[in-house]
Design a protein around this ligand. Sequence first.
Ligand SMILES: Cc1ncc(COP(=O)(O)O)c(C=O)c1O
Length: 491
Amino acid sequence: MDTYEPHIYELSAPGKHGTNLPRLDVPEAALPTALLRQDGMNDFPELTEPEVMRHYTRISQRNASPDTMMYPLGSCTMKATPKLHEEVARYAGFAAVHPLQDESLSQGALQLMYELQDYLGEISGFEAVSLQPAAGAQGELTGILAFRAYHLDRGDPDRTEVLVPNAAHGTNPATAAMVGLKVVELKSDARGNVDMDDLRAKLSPRTAGMMLTNPNTLGLFEDQIVEICQLVHEAGGLMYGDGANFNAILGIAKPGKLGFDFMHYNLHKTFTTPHGGGGPGSGAVGCTAELAPFLPGPRVRQTASGSYELFTPEKSIGRMKAFHGNFAMLVRAWTYIRTLGAAGLREVSEIAVLNANYVRVKLKDLYPQAIDRICMHETVLRGQIAGAQGIRTLDIAKRLIDYGFHPPTVYFPLIVPEALMIEPTETEGKRTLDIFIQAMRDIAREAVETPDVLHDAPTTAPVRRLDEVRAARQPILRYNAEAFAQILNER
Ligand SMILES: Cc1ncc(COP(=O)(O)O)c(C=O)c1O
């Protein structure tokens, strides 16, 4: 049953307060009347300390997060976010540094950025890195703008097509379209990889480049990757690597050495900076020496005297983000890399892949695999349970909430009917994976024996099944007494 909890505005009453200001210990100053606020204060609720405490504690408990549950949201890499990173990001030297502060006074922050550029380049095999973009999608935009600028710079303006596999994340074709280029879709073959014949047929003098996720969005390694890159290059195009799945190959394969020209790193996935709920991300990008002049600035370099300075590459596509990117995320990613070291990063990927395959093998008798192959860091299954009538993947996902798990990604990639994309990540231990697997097996049994239990799910969450279209299209973002009353009436 949904319980009604009064909103803080309903608890508000004139004169309530939760703080006692200390006695004035300086001479009282007379502020000019013109500077005193005359109105607007009534918009703030007046509450006692326990009321404020309960409000924030209650809403924090409604959050789903890797701090409260296993969060196997495929492609999103919701791994645990170490608390050490939070501590380091809060050091006054990082938290209080002002982006307009003179470079001579920001040497520590610039050194951190310089080292992070260097580490990311080393891990991925790229020559140059920019930490500007705020998300993977913005990294994609950066890359395709750089491709366009590169071709124009070489006097090759007719390269107007970007090849994108049909399994790609929606941000890939959206990016190409935003840059004003034409999206050419590529088929996948029966093994879940790029269809090589289709690729050969669609490459042409109009090809600006190709966007590819590897491992791809089916959680499978593109084992013809070297040939794919060669073919695109022979046609005069460039290879963009969507690095969303980089968590699977740290310390094992370097995209820059496989033939990619440009790639974004989702620091908020692979490098464990917190994300979700629209929080700040970081989609740093790396590229070859040939594309480095087009990177967005400012980047950081070391001078002959050993100090650090900002610079903008000569043919830069311009800024992608205010100031220096999401700096606090850079601090967290740097801390992660320094804590784990090269061997630790490789282990991350090895365990991520092992965990995904463990889940895959333990569930594939009940949930058919999209493609019957060993997977990388995530597995794509189908919510088509034998003998279950009228059950969809969405019902399975909602029922998982009742079992205490955040649902996996559903209905993506689009080419897999009833897709359930599970990414356990390396931060879950075997015991938790076993409990998750048991929950999935119990749900499969319920789907056959008591399907309404799934249709009614979730029953234990703060809210029941949402009208997701309405929640996305007509979100209520501010307290609104009438809208609240209407929702309660509709229940
Ligand atoms: C394969 C893939 N590419 C790109 C993106 C976009 O990344 P971001 O959400 O950081 O913009 C995602 C996000 O989940 C993804 O899964």
